[in-house]
Design a protein around this ligand. Structure first.
Ligand SMILES: Nc1nc2c(c(=O)[nH]1)N[C@H]1C(S)=C(S)[C@@H](COP(=O)(O)O)O[C@H]1N2
Ligand SMILES: [Mo]
Length: 323
């Protein structure tokens, strides 16, 4: 049941998993393929020595009240399937990252808010979550690799974090950064990636109603492999924009460069809005595999969320909005 079979449409392995292919080649060229071996034994030993499995101090907040405004055109992906098919390169490049990701220590977890704000602060995740009202929203998720899922996230709009941070008028972008701890996350020893994982939104995007910070999923605190304790969910964009396990929000003037953009700008741009008519340089984006169902569906522009976000991009036609 946890085995996700390759579909007929999936061609040779080298043309698959875009966010990965490029690096296999790179590491191969660098002659460091052995560094790719993420020994599960080491991970297990480390797990024993930390507080990874303490009860979550916010678990009383779940399940949160569903916001009925956000409706799906498909069922929510089974939690078991979702938990066993993830991208979290800090722990390796395989989709079955769920077990390796269990070494992620999610408490204590400090979140830094800095840059162009009235007053930079650092706040513990539990205090931050309790300052917000947690709600549940069912969102689609479309990976640039042409697969998709539907998830019932719990969390709060990014806009609430922006209000809390009180950015200055000069702030143009919100930059988000994942933790950096190569001792804990062995994938971060793969030095050809420009760690830590970074992503960004324009202020218009960040304050849009859809932009969401997930603290939970499936009616309980979010699983480690899904980006505990705090991850972005921007469903109108390709999945790599939705940065996981965030430790820092910076309000900045310059457009931030995401990790994938830093590696391969021709394939992973800043805006990365979903558009079935604009193929990725190496494959079509016209349709997607619904993970766990074996079904393919046509992909929708803005992943079906155009009513919420299309306005943000008027007058920006000269920009590379779709890749
Ligand atoms: N820190 C971090 N965030 C990340 C990634 C990652 O490797 N590291 N992968 C991205 C990609 S490519 C996708 S498709 C989604 C996957 O989220 P999921 O595993 O919950 O489906 O997370 C995004 N956020
Ligand atoms: Mo992705």
């Amino acid at each position: 049941m946890n085995v996700i079979r390759r579909r007929g449409w999936e061609i040779a392995d080298r043309d698959l998993t875009p966010e990965h292919t490029f690096f296999n080649r790179r590491s191969f060229l660098a002659g460091s393929a052995s560094a790719l071996a993420l020994a599960p034994g080491v991970a297990l030993a480390q797990r024993a020595s930390d507080a990874a499995n303490l009860p979550d101090p916010t678990s009383d907040l779940y399940p949160a009240k569903r916001n009925e405004k956000f409706v799906l055109d498909r069922p929510v992906t089974d939690e078991k399937i979702n938990s066993n098919y993830n991208n979290f390169y800090e722990f390796g490049s395989q989709k079955t990252i769920g077990s390796s990701a269990q070494v992620l220590r999610t408490r204590p977890w400090m979140v830094k808010i800095d840059g162009l704000v009235e007053k930079p602060i650092e706040i513990g995740i539990d205090e931050l979550i309790r300052k917000m009202t947690i709600e549940e929203r069912a969102y689609r998720h479309r990976c640039v690799e042409a697969w998709s899922m539907a998830i019932a996230w719990s969390g709060f709009p990014v806009r609430k974090l922006v209000d809390f941070a009180k950015p200055l008028g000069s702030a143009k972008y919100l930059r988000m950064e994942t933790f950096m701890d190569p001792k804990m996350a062995f994938g971060q020893k793969q030095s050809w990636y420009p760690w830590p994982y970074v992503e960004g939104l324009s202020m218009a995007e960040a304050t849009n109603d859809l932009a969401f910070l997930a603290t939970g999923a499936y009616g309980h605190p979010i699983a480690k492999q899904m980006g505990a304790p705090l991850r972005l969910a921007v469903p109108w964009k390709y999945g790599f924009k939705s940065v996981k396990s965030i430790v820092r929000f910076s309000f900045v003037e310059q457009r931030p460069k995401g990790m994938w953009e830093a590696l391969q700008a021709s394939e992973y741009g800043f805006w990365a809005n979903v558009n079935p008519e604009v193929p990725h340089p190496r494959w079509s984006q016209a349709s997607e595999e619904i993970i766990g169902t074996g079904e393919r569906k046509p992909t929708l522009k803005f992943n079906g969320y155009g009513d919420y976000v299309a306005d943000i991009y008027t007058g920006m036609e000269a920009e590379r909005l779709w890749a």
